[in-house]
Ligand binder design. Structure first.
Ligand code: UDP
Length: 239
């Protein structure tokens, strides 16, 4: 190990869609293997990796509510979806010989470990990847908020939000070719300009606890490793 990584401990937020591949729904095992490879590279250079996994590839409470379901029941289904994604992600990581723990905010004896932040930190120090699932355990929250919350709890150096775009833009880069990417933003800029980085709960949590946040493109191969080695990827949001 010649160059020590820029971060000692990270919290990576993977949305459910990140697992879905081209279908946009469900879980694509090939995508899981690619993700495992990228995560394994980080573990290989000594980065402690915590992951919060989303569930939008399976169920979203808000969408279920639109379809007529009770919102709380829908959110419970959404949280259970994140547990399924977590099981799939852990399976892929372990098949790649990356030691992995799966911790759930909602106890599910026999399937996942119940989340305990002191245990999580111990596992991370031990070089194990820790996947946090079931979001915050409460309806009306998102896994983005869960990512910021867990990031703060485990004293991560940064929360990394994996997306399909290169970072935060002043307009939708898909629709507007003139849209410009920000390299750096403050939390207040994100809040004032209503930039859709994450929901307000997540942004406020990071702002109040001085947790830097970086939005980057996970479809770009090697972006994650490049970031660890000091490269500049995506948009940094910090105070
Ligand atoms: N959810 C919730 N509480 C949480 C986190 C998630 O109720 O703390 C539910 C919510 O219904 C959400 C779904 O789980 O729509 C899936 O999470 P999310 O939409 O954040 O997943 P992503 O968009 O990251 O795939």
């Amino acid at each position: 190990k010649e160059r020590s990584p820029r971060y000692n401990r990270i919290l990576l937020k993977l949305s459910g869609e990140a697992l879905a591949g081209d279908e946009g729904f469900g879980i694509d095992p090939r995508v899981l293997d690619t993700l495992s490879l990228e995560i394994g590279q980080l573990v290989g250079i000594g980065v402690q990796v915590g992951i919060v996994i989303g569930g939008g590839n399976l169920f979203r409470g808000a969408a279920l509510q639109t379809a007529g379901l009770d919102r709380v029941a829908g959110d419970h289904m959404g949280m259970l979806a994140t547990v399924m994604n977590g099981l799939a992600m852990r399976d892929a990581l372990e098949r790649s010989n990356i030691r992995t723990r799966l911790m759930s905010a909602i106890p599910m004896s026999g399937i996942v470990e119940h989340y305990d932040h002191r245990h999580a930190i111990r596992y991370l120090k031990n070089g194990e990847v820790v996947i946090f699932c079931a979001g915050t355990g409460n309806p009306f929250f998102t896994t983005d908020s869960a990512a910021c919350l867990r990031g703060i709890e485990i004293s991560a150096d940064v929360v990394l939000k994996a997306t399909k775009v290169d970072g935060v833009y002043d307009d939708d880069p898909v629709k507007n070719p003139e849209a410009r990417k920000y390299d750096r933003l403050t939390f207040d800029q994100v809040l004032d300009s209503k930039l859709g980085v994450m929901d307000l709960t997540a942004i406020c949590l990071c702002r109040d606890h001085d947790m830097p946040l970086r939005v980057f493109n996970m479809n770009k191969q090697g972006a994650l490793l490049n970031l660890m080695l000091g490269g500049n990827e995506g948009t940094l949001v910090a105070s």
